[in-house]
Ligand binder design. Structure first.
Ligand code: ADP
Length: 447
């Protein structure tokens, strides 16, 4: 087992990882920018190293500084959290070259899944259902037209190097295709330095369903069930739940087994998430994230298993603490992402939190790095906390969520809490009846 883990992240996820390390009796080092000197994870860590000024590229993305911090403190492993360097294959390779363990998969697996065309090809080879579309990059208009006619309109053009919901264009008819292909390719070249694009069938009313998987480092794979993250705004997840209100037991077992087997065949090690669009009873792979996800706590709530403990065990060569048959699903969990943003316009609202009071009681978990008097720096993501609620079933979970949201107080800044208070009272949400476009339509109506 590791002696000392360096946490290369900030905010709630740095604290989340720190808690797991403390429970396992592992020493902790955190790195931080000058803007985060007062952050909770810095206060609670055994050691901290300031690695640079506020902009992420000079601190949280600065590989040299982070490796130097490992050398200075004698850390033998790095947990990257999510975002920042968590899916940077070069970072994983550099750590390996310094005999420091990256708590995540190999650089090669990160690389495969970071290239969307390669990821889709790999998924297909592993028997994972994919969205019908081109086999690889498409450059030629004629070929594009032929493929689009074959799969049927509407189609979506996506950038191979895309991410964060950027670099996608929809073509409703053949007349749109030429221009969509051109703009997608030019934009991809400008944004990602790679103009390769590919074509997929555009699904009109899908849900976003993702499967939490783990490779144990010895060639075995397991799944921890699915999460439904269909409530999104600009491709950003807002509310996540497990299990999905849309799946039945047969579908859950089918897709879970396919994913676990794929992970084993790939020889993957550590945590991963295989993301699908789901429509009319069919799953369509869109991408795989090779890291811990923001929404992992809903899976922890229904399985009772600490996924960060498992990541650390696997990375240290100790394998998983559970086998597939030990993973049981219990009840229902929902997570609300609380952002320092205006609840209607979503413009960031940094500033000082004058009062912060979190709800409590059975089935309530709040993961947050902030406190009363904390000044939110304007440089980073606006996520200030996550409220995760568990109940024996979805109805109980929603009752408890409504109560917890009423108790939550964040004064001094604007947050997305009012949006969630509206959503828990909405009939479609109560019925679990929503797709990936539901939230944007709801916000456009301004109800
Ligand atoms: P990114 O890596 O940029 O997040 P994804 O491939 O994961 O890109 O897609 C992001 C989102 O775009 C999906 O959650 C979905 O809302 C939409 N999307 C992607 N592919 C399709 C598709 N074939 N049909 C409909 N919507 C899609």
């Amino acid at each position: 087992m590791f002696q000392k883990i360096l946490i290369a992240n900030r905010g709630e996820i740095a604290l989340r990882v720190l808690r797991a390390c403390k429970e396992l009796g592992i020493q902790t080092v955190v790195v931080h920018s000058t803007a985060d000197a007062d952050a909770m994870h810095v206060r609670l860590a055994d050691e901290s190293v300031c690695i640079g000024p506020p902009p992420s590229r000079d601190s949280y993305l600065n590989i040299h500084q982070i490796v130097a911090a490992c050398e200075i403190t004698g850390a033998d492993a790095v947990h990257p959290g999510y975002g920042f360097l968590s899916e940077n294959a070069k970072f994983a390779d550099i750590l390996a070259a310094h005999n420091i363990t990256f708590i995540g998969p190999s650089g090669d697996h990160i690389r495969i899944m970071g290239d969307k065309i390669e990821a889709k090809r790999t998924a297909k080879r592993l028997g994972i259902p994919v969205v019908p579309g081109s086999d690889g990059a498409v450059t030629d208009q004629k070929e594009a037209k032929r493929i689009a006619a074959e799969i049927g309109y509407p189609v979506i053009i996506k950038a191979s190097a895309g991410g964060g919901g950027r670099g996608m264009k929809v073509a409703l008819t053949e007349a749109d295709l030429e221009i969509a292909l051109q703009t997608a390719s030019t934009e991809a070249g400008a944004a990602f330095g790679d103009d390769a694009v590919y074509i997929e069938k555009y699904l009109e009313k899908p849900r976003h369903i993702e499967v939490q998987v783990f490779g144990d480092g010895f060639g075995r794979g397991v799944h921890f069930g699915e999460r439904d993250c269909s409530l999104q705004r600009r491709h950003q997840k807002v509310w996540e739940e497990a299990p999905s209100p849309a799946l039945n037991a047969e579908e859950r077992a089918r897709i879970g087994d396919i994913c676990a087997k794929a992970i084993a065949d790939l020889g993957y090690s550590g945590a991963g998430t295989i993301e699908f669009l789901y429509e009319n009873g069919e799953f369509y792979f869109i991408e795989m994230n090779t890291r811990l996800q923001v929404e992992h706590p809903v899976t922890e709530a229904i399985t009772g298993i600490d996924l960060v403990h498992e990541q650390i065990r696997v990375a240290s060569g100790g394998g998983l603490s559970v086998k597939q048959e030990d993973i049981k699903f219990n009840g229902h969990a929902i997570e609300c992402r609380i952002n320092a943003e205006d609840p209607r316009t979503f413009t960031p609202s940094p500033g000082t939190i004058t009062h912060f009071h979190t709800p409590g009681g059975l089935g309530i978990r709040v993961d947050s790095g902030v406190y009363s008097g904390y000044k939110i720096p304007p440089y980073y993501d606006s996520l200030i906390g996550k409220l995760i609620v568990h109940g024996r079933n979805r109805v109980e979970c929603m009752m408890r969520l409504r109560r917890a949201l009423d108790e939550f107080v964040v004064d001094g800044i604007k947050t997305t809490l009012p949006l969630f208070r509206d959503l828990v009272g909405n009939a479609d949400i109560a019925n679990g009846d929503y797709d990936i476009h539901w939230l944007e339509k709801y916000l456009a109506k301004g109800e």
